[in-house]
Design a protein around this ligand. Sequence first.
Ligand code: HSE
Length: 298
Amino acid sequence: MGKDYLKVRVPATSANLGAGFDVFGIALENPADIIEVEKSDKTTITVSGRDSQFVPVDPKKNTAGIVASLLDKPVKINIQRGIPLSSGLGSSAAPAAGVAFALNEMFSLGLSKEELVRIAAQGEKAASGAAHADNVAPAIYGGFVIVHKDRIISLYPENIGIVAVHPEIIVSTRAARAILPRKLTLADISFNTGNAASMVVGMMKSDIKLIGESMENRVIEEVRSKLIKGYRQVKKSALDSGASGVTISGSGPTMIAVCSMNERENIAKAMKQAFSDNHIRSEAFITTIGNGAKIIES
Ligand code: HSE
């Protein structure tokens, strides 16, 4: 039997991991959004928490409201935001994924995880202009996901230290996509393919060194790094402090480092210092690869 009320926790996510542009994504243990859904005769949205004043409450303009409409299930949605907005940490994907997941449970829709990803990606399309699923998929599956063609493959590496440092810089996904080149050279394709392949093996083996060393995309990172003041110093500071790799999280501006669990604090401090040396305030999330959306109250 379905339920009248559900509260779910949906994690932040980091897309691309360098080489896997629009293909790879991971769920982070924190930060997360908390989403409450209650049966109603029409869809309404309330938003509280971090950056809530900037989130549209019109269900036609909110990723979560669009998902409710696609599933034709009117509900009261309350979003308690913990994921910073426009950060490259899947802030528009989380509510879409959370509501798709919650409505499937609430109305016993029997949709598979793959179908939920497809629907949530449609919700996200409204925000970014493109239905790429590399944030909504890890938000639903957890772990590391490969989204390719109509297939989603998930892996669950363990004890991977992650430091995500979010600088106070505004980067819109739409703008960060618009500046990308439309063509790559053969050498760049070969480089990225090699990194993507070794990233998958790194995730299969929970091999922090291999994951970090594979986390580089020659073309996209180079172009997008220009949108992040202090990018080079922040990257260097993380590598000098022991990170095995650093890249831009999704379309940025958050930068994400991979390291062993006990190096995270030091690396976070160094990355924050490097942003600060560039007169940019930042916030560090010390985390790991975590679970997907889950019910926390019903
Ligand atoms: N793969 C997408 C991009 C993620 O890099 O544009 C956006 O969050």
